[in-house]
Ligand binder design. Structure first.
Ligand SMILES: C[S@@+](CC[C@H](N)C(=O)[O-])C[C@H]1O[C@@H](n2cnc3c(N)ncnc32)[C@H](O)[C@@H]1O
Length: 253
């Protein structure tokens, strides 16, 4: 995967990212679900502007660490949560020794990670023996802009893969966890109503890596057809909703 694209994309979004009430609410929900105690050392992987750590107000800031690849997102995190530690690092190469953390969180970031198994194995390395990993993933049950875009493209024989697909179910996480000697011990479903999106905002290229996206190479005639179908789908969709799964993983046995 192109880390360069991720850095550029989130450096660009850093100054406005916190205006997304969706990401703020999801980070709060994940922090509530993780519920670390005051004694826990917490690492938030792909912390962005630090929204998850900022939701853990009752914990001493000195117990809170966040890592991310985007320096601009980290700048916002540092100024929003002084006293916490924020480092620029990759989710699958952490600059920490074994057993440094009691709880590791990773929220709204799975689609960007190349290899979830490799990432979880690395998180497990820096976790204490009875530590916990808490993640959020998007499930296909929601009705979001990208869902409508995929439907509109399919109507014209074009495929747009869902980058969340391989990590979007409890079963997928049971398999991932088993590969690293962990298991899923707790889950919670979380939904949030979303504002509707526009045709142009949905056609902006997203996730230029890994996933198949026939729209990237589509002819202008095909794109025009998709635009019309997408407009019709948007106009006839009343309820937009994100569906999120929160999961807790622990060492097996
Ligand atoms: C949608 S934001 C989520 C930020 C934060 N977790 C939240 O809940 O608001 C995704 C974040 O993942 C970061 N990211 C993506 N791939 C990464 C990787 N391989 N290692 C570390 N950070 C990564 C991006 O820079 C971005 O800040």
């Amino acid at each position: 995967m192109s880390i360069g694209w991720v850095e550029r994309e989130f450096d660009r979004r850093a100054s406005t990212y916190d205006q997304s009430s969706f990401h703020v609410s999801l980070a709060e929900a994940a922090a509530r679900f993780a519920a670390p105690t005051v004694k826990d050392a917490v690492l938030d992987v792909a912390t962005g502007t630090g929204l998850v750590l900022r939701s853990l107000q009752t914990l001493p800031a000195a117990h809170l660490t966040g890592i991310d690849v985007s320096s601009a997102m980290l700048d916002v995190a540092r100024s929003s949560l002084p006293g916490a530690r924020f480092l620029q690092a990759s989710a699958s190469r952490l600059p920490f020794g074994p057993g440094e953390f009691d709880v590791i969180t990773c929220v709204s970031a799975m689609p960007y990670l190349d290899d979830p198994v490799e990432a979880v194995r690395e998180w497990q390395r820096v976790l204490v023996r009875d530590g916990r990993i808490v993640i959020s993933v998007f499930t296909p049950d929601g009705l979001t802009g990208p869902t409508l875009l995929r439907r509109a493209a399919r109507q014209h024989g074009l495929m747009v893969d869902d980058p969340n697909e391989s990590t979007s179910t409890v079963d997928a996480w049971r398999e991932i966890a088993a590969k690293v000697g962990m298991r899923v011990v707790r889950t919670e479903s979380w939904t949030l109503a979303l504002p509707s999106a526009t045709v142009e905002s949905l056609l902006k290229p997203q996730y230029p890596f890994g996933v198949r996206n026939d729209l990237r190479d589509a002819t202008s005639d095909d794109l025009a057809l998709v635009r019309v179908s997408l407009g019709e789908l948007i106009a006839t969709t009343d309820t937009w909703e994100a569906s999120v799964l929160l999961l807790e993983l622990r060492e097996d046995g």
